[in-house]
Each structure stands twice: as structure tokens, then as C-alpha cells.
Ligand binder design. Structure first.
Ligand SMILES: [Zn+2]
Length: 305
């Protein structure tokens, strides 16, 4: 490794603010950092907290609902869900969040779900949501179970090369969606901006989607990226058609000029090799690097003026 890029001290602020301190303006609460295989980590999911309040759920893999409960978050302002793709390890607990939201609300609730278009193997996000919560959906009982509940969905173009798309959510949060590539699975990445701060969630991305991801993540303060394989030949060959190795993730973060990287979706084989993964990311990227853990809160720091 070149000396210029020698490992720097990891300084990403990743702490829970004491109760008497104002919460950070923008932070990410990692609900799940593992998946899809059985491990002590929940599968993928994150909450975007604005001034300490949960506003956006990004993916909802198995285990994330209990992690939100453990973290003691208040879901009363959670009205937006972003699904990077519809694999089980990113979407299976959506109904649990919707139900909890309906049960605790006193006013009518409208949850909006954004995610990729479909293909012959996967429903579109609109079909997925309709199939769960629509008039003929599997969980149609939720419509009248708690507060008056409406769950609507919007498809985001998932064909690689589609232009980035601004998604309209709550006024103070700007969201841009970008088609990426995850093997045969329609997939999108999301960039969220609040004031001067910005964070990008890659979801799962294979190497052919990295250029699009870098474009979306340009200059972002934090990139939350799936790190589900080791550099070749460390992981089963088939996984490289769906995931990008650490070295490529570091190169992507460097070319995008992001300030910090949060590695998530860590299977046991990857989390057992953190030093090797970090060294590999460091061959190109010199910003802060953190390995996600369930329950970790990461403050998104504003860029210097
Ligand atoms: Zn996944």
C-alpha cells in the first residue's frame, strides 16, 4: 500500500448522543447489518433520523423491526420507505413496520413506499405493495385495524442507464433515486439530503452498477454500501455476479469523492476478515471507514464550508 494512503484513524462519529444533548441534525441508525444467511445480525435496514426523529426507513430486512424497538425509536413521523430491491433480506419486515405505525397513530396514516420497477422474476414495487396491503392484498386487514391507513407505492426506473430521478418526499428531505445493478434483480440506490448534509444508500450492487452509484454519490458526506463479499477469490464465484468486492467499493467511494464509508450487509465470512477488507478499501479510499453493527448510530457530518 502506498504511504500516502496509509490507514487513517477511523474518526467517523458513531455514538449515541447523551439524553441531555441535542440529537444530530442528520444521522443513520443501522437496524440490520447482516443478511441473508442466519447470523446474530439482523438483515439489511436503516432509519434516517432528522433531528433525532425517524423519518425514512431504507430497506426492512428480517430482524430490523426488533432492532428499532431495542433502539427505542419513535415511529410516529415515519411516512416514507425506500426499498433498494425486493429480496427477502431487504424487504420482508415491511408489514411489521406498517402495522406498528397504524397501531400507534391517532391520525390517519399515509405511508409511501418507493422502490424499483419489476421484471419477469420480481414484481414492481407498486405490485409488491398492492399485493401486501391493497384491497385484495395478503395483509388487507391492516386497512381497518388501527388508524385509518393508506400505503401507496411508486416505481423508480431500475434499468441501468436510466437517468437519476428526484422522488418527492417530506419537504425537508430531498431524495434522488438511481438505477444500479444487482445481478438479475431490479435495484436502485437512494441519495438523501437534508440541508447541507447528504447520505447515499447503495443497496446491493454488482460491479456493473458501480459507475452509476459513483455518479449518485458524488461528494456525499456518507455512503452506506453493501459489503457482502471478499475480494476474489475469497467468496463463492456466483456471488460476484450480485455483489462488489471491497477493493471496487473503495475505488468507487474514492471516485465519487465521498467523505465517509459505512460498510454493511456483512456476512460472517466478511466480518471475520475486517482487517483484510479495510486494507483493500484503503488501496483507493482515504476517508473514514466504519463497519456497521446493528444499533449503530452514525452522525452525518456537514461538509466544511
Ligand atoms: Zn442483500
Amino acid at each position: 500500500m502506498c504511504k500516502r494512503l496509509a490507514p487513517l484513524l477511523v474518526v467517523l462519529l458513531a455514538t449515541t448522543a447523551p439524553a441531555d444533548e441535542a440529537p444530530p441534525p442528520l444521522s443513520v441508525l443501522v437496524l440490520g447489518s447482516g443478511g441473508p444467511r442466519l447470523s446474530s445480525r439482523a438483515s439489511v435496514g436503516n432509519l434516517l433520523l432528522v433531528d433525532g426523529k425517524a423519518r425514512v426507513l431504507v430497506d426492512a430486512g428480517p430482524g430490523t423491526f426488533a432492532r428499532a424497538g431495542e433502539a427505542g425509536v419513535d415511529l410516529s413521523a415515519l411516512d416514507t420507505v425506500l426499498l433498494t430491491h425486493l429480496h427477502v433480506d431487504h424487504s420482508a419486515e415491511l408489514p411489521a413496520f406498517v402495522k406498528a405505525r397504524a397501531l400507534d397513530a391517532t391520525e390517519p396514516v399515509h405511508v409511501r413506499v418507493f422502490g424499483p420497477t419489476g421484471n419477469p422474476l420480481f414484481p414492481s414495487t407498486v405490485s409488491f405493495v398492492e399485493g401486501l396491503f391493497g384491497p385484495r392484498g395478503l395483509y388487507r386487514y391492516l386497512r381497518d385495524f388501527g388508524a385509518e391507513m393508506r400505503v401507496s407505492a411508486e416505481n423508480v426506473p431500475a434499468r441501468l442507464g436510466s437517468p437519476p430521478r428526484a422522488v418527492t418526499v417530506a419537504g425537508d428531505i430531498a431524495v434522488t433515486a438511481q438505477a444500479i445493478h444487482h445481478g438479475d434483480t431490479p435495484a436502485v440506490a437512494f441519495r438523501l439530503g437534508v440541508g447541507r448534509r447528504s447520505v447515499v444508500f447503495s443497496g446491493d450492487v454488482d460491479p456493473s452498477g458501480l459507475a452509476s452509484l459513483a455518479q449518485l454519490a458524488k461528494g456525499a458526506d456518507l455512503l452506506v454500501v453493501s459489503c457482502a463479499v471478499l475480494d476474489p477469490p475469497g467468496s463463492p464465484e456466483a456471488l460476484y455476479q450480485r455483489h462488489s468486492p471491497p477493493k471496487r467499493l473503495g475505488e468507487t467511494a474514492a471516485s465519487a469523492g465521498v467523505r465517509a464509508l459505512l460498510l454493511t450487509h456483512l456476512p460472517p465470512a466478511v466480518s471475520a476478515q475486517k482487517a483484510q477488507v479495510l486494507a483493500s478499501v484503503r488501496t483507493a479510499f482515504s476517508g473514514a471507514v466504519t463497519f456497521a453493527e446493528d444499533g449503530l448510530r452514525v452522525s452525518v457530518e456537514a461538509p466544511p464550508r
